[in-house]
Write a new protein. Structure first.
Length: 55
């Protein structure tokens, strides 16, 4: 699997990181917690397995 690009959206003075994973007929937004590191989540086997599933 190719590395997932981290993108950023601006909301006022704040930048919000996000990643787009997979392709499908609907969008699902997963918010893992108040403070998180998107790149480190991929090191968690359960989290990465969830995002690699095909729905």
């Amino acid at each position: 699997m190719r590395p997932i690009e981290t993108r950023y959206a601006r909301s006022g003075d704040v930048r919000i990181a996000y990643q787009v994973v997979g392709q499908g007929s609907f969008d699902l937004v997963l918010v893992p917690g108040f403070i998180s590191n998107l790149d480190l989540h991929w090191e968690d086997e359960g989290y990465s397995r969830l995002l690699k599933r095909r729905f």
